[in-house]
Design a protein around this ligand. Sequence first.
Ligand SMILES: [Zn+2]
Length: 166
Amino acid sequence: MKKYVCTVCGYIAEGSIPEQCPVCKAPASAFVEKTGNTADEVLSAANALAAAKVDAVFTPTDNTIMNSAAAVGEIFAEAGIPHYAGADSFVRNGAFATCGVNYTDLGTQTADLALEVLQTGEFPEYVTVSGDIITVNTDTAATLGLDYSLFQDMGSQVVEVQTTQD
Ligand SMILES: [Zn+2]
């Protein structure tokens, strides 16, 4: 199903463009198509959002988007749009920033938990995982001309990475 995003408030309409945005009352002309089921559609949606000069973009952790991550990151960086992503791998491919977990620590925690369950036979009622590590791509920040120093107060740690192609 086709999806359209309101470039004023970010509301997402499915199927067709509404006469006006139900959230911010922006006109139909404020909506751009953003369906992304294939790599071509992802790039087309990214270009449409860039052309609409949206304030910022968030892409979730998604294999279709991951396959186009480098190209998508470049489109938004060149358009001066901060691109926030669902995982640090996207940031290493050119997105601006993400907030999440350290997957190495998460794996260690999971292994420790599995060992504890095997040794004691008891399952913990719940487990918490810290998810406040902010990863910033300093190359993208420079392209955007953005100062990300305020992230220091928002997470437990700010990890600086550069763009890699892997
Ligand atoms: Zn709106």
